[in-house]
Design a protein around this ligand. Structure first.
Ligand code: FAD
Length: 477
């Protein structure tokens, strides 16, 4: 069986020696760094639950490629059931970690590659699909996590990759050698790159003539020579380092900038190299899968926010207040609409020539647009219900300081029955759910900006069909 336990996952990360920087310093031990560890714990939940009695059947399956039982996070969907499981697993994880679990992006890359490498080979007779399958089996046998290295820094947004003043603003091939390629560039917002064993690089956009060096896809271990991870700031990051006032102290998210400083990629790890016609196709497939993934995990996060709001109503003595109960309904139906849209994208999926199942992209993008708008609304509702202390609750350290602890506990108490500590802990969780920037900004930009979702809907919806049904009813031939 190729399913790793949580402990085995953490130990396997210790064997990697990535080059990483944070807050101006080089990190020698990323696994035990409290800022990174919150992310590793969140991804670790995908291992933990796969080994639990309750979720084993949902999280694991038998691979048609290796014949072994594997974690579903290493399997491109092979059926409608697999597509549906993706959503259910993501919702379960959203409930469990209350933030991004950070393992879906790698699967979304593998799912896209499992379709597009096959299509490229069919058109050009290239060897990419076979190489990709070997990589996939390596991921499955080792139960590895992969990150999605998709978003380039992009420089001047009005220019294509080869038109940029600095040619490295989109990752590109700078040299072709007999046994591989050398690549240079930087990928940004790299969710969980240091919790990952492998980095999967895809182009970030469609490419045109002149962009051949930029139409490149490959995978390299996260500690490959020349790969530099620079961990970004987050609103609550120093609290994790200090070990106080975290709300949800076990799980969090981080998204480094990852620089590829003349990195060698062996030929057998190159899955696309110069085929500009397929660059847009690859990123579109990835994005569609990823937008479907969001529908699962974010509906799971709304469940947590709803639970936190309900608990605050209990602690505040407002559990029976009718306008607050109405707001709970407003939260729940938004979660269910998101989940339903993501499930519908799965049920309306179809088999591609390679055998991988692809979701209904219009439904997945509709789900993502809904998320971008409605997660902000759900946060607003949660904060409305919880009250203003979400903004300026005294520190845990003040609650422990004997000079003021008694006074704080006296004055911050809600109902007589509820322990004041519970009210304070829940307020802190609400703060984290509302303000963990790495997660809340991804509601909007994760998987592409909102305009990218809209453009996909416009491109992939049958507008003529709609026009014709209206014309027929109006009696127009
Ligand atoms: C928390 C978080 C996690 C993420 N995780 C990952 C990850 O794991 N892997 C990964 O690869 N990426 C990841 N992303 C990146 C994400 O996909 C991008 O943020 C998103 O695609 C938008 O790109 P950008 O941030 O460069 O913004 P920009 O592209 O600069 O967009 C800013 C605005 O300008 C508009 N715009 C830009 N260019 C044009 C144009 N030419 N014409 C018209 N409008 C334009 C956009 O629509 C948008 O409204 C993550 C992002 C966030 C915030």
């Amino acid at each position: 069986m190729a399913v790793k336990t949580l402990e085995e996952y953490v130990e396997s990360l210790r064997k990697l020696k990535p080059t990483a920087y944070m807050f101006g310093e080089k990190l020698e031990n990323v696994v035990d760094n409290p800022r990174i560890r919150g992310g590793i714990n969140a991804t670790g939940a995908t291992y933990e639950l796969a080994n639990s009695e309750k979720y084993r059947d949902l999280f694991t399956t038998v691979s048609p490629f290796t014949g072994e039982r594997i974690n579903r996070f290493t399997l491109p969907p092979q059926s409608i059931e697999d597509l549906v499981c993706r959503v259910k697993i993501n919702r379960t994880l959203g409930n469990h970690v209350g933030t991004c679990h950070q393992r879906c992006t790698g699967l979304d890359c593998m799912s896209a590659l499992s379709i597009v490498t096959y299509d490229i080979d069919k058109k050009f007779g290239t060897p990419y699909y076979g190489r990709f399958l070997e990589f996939l089996k390596h991921m499955q046998r080792n139960d590895f996590t992969a990150n999605a290295s998709v978003t380039d820094v992009k420089g001047d947004r009005s220019l294509s990759p080869h038109e940029q003043a600095d040619k490295d603003l989109y990752l590109r091939v700078v040299e072709k050698q007999k046994d591989g390629i050398i690549v240079r560039g930087a990928k940004v917002h790299q969710t969980g790159s240091l919790s990952s064993h492998e980095l999967i690089v895809l182009p970030t956009r469609a490419m045109g003539k002149g962009d051949e060096d930029y139409a490149v896809a490959f995978a390299v271990p996260a500690d490959t020579k020349g790969v530099i991870h620079v961990v970004g700031r987050n609103t609550l990051d120093t609290r994790e380092i200090e070990g106080v006032d975290c709300g949800n102290s076990r799980y969090s998210k981080y998204c480094p900038t990852v620089i590829y400083d003349d990195v060698f990629v062996p030929r057998e790890r190159v899955f696309m190299c110069g085929e500009i016609e397929f660059s847009g196709e690859l990123v579109n497939r990835f994005s569609a899968f990823h937008r479907q993934s969001h529908g699962g995990c974010k509906s799971g996060k709304i469940d947590v926010m709803t639970g936190a709001a309900l608990a605050m109503m209990d602690y505040n003595g407002s559990a029976k207040v009718s306008h607050l109960r109405e707001k709970i309904v407003d939260m729940i139906y938004r979660a269910e609409t998101l989940y339903g849209c993501s499930l519908a994208a799965s049920y309306e999926g179809r088999k591609e020539p390679s055998g991988t199942y692809f979701i209904n992209s219009v439904l997945a993008n509709a789900s993502k647009i809904h998320e971008g708008r409605e997660m902000a609304e759900v946060i607003r509702l949660m904060v409305d219900i919880a009250g203003g202390y979400v903004a300026d609750l005294p520190s845990d350290r003040d609650f422990k300081n004997p000079e003021i602890s008694g006074l704080l506990k006296k004055y911050l108490k809600g109902t007589a029955e509820a322990p004041v500590e519970h009210r304070v802990q829940m307020l802190r969780l609400v703060e984290k759910l509302a303000m963990e920037s790495a997660d809340t900004v991804s509601d909007l930009h994760g998987g592409g900006s909102p305009q990218a979702h809209r453009l996909t809907i416009l491109r992939e919806s049958d507008l003529n069909k709609r026009k014709n049904i209206a014309k027929r009813l109006a009696g127009i031939e």
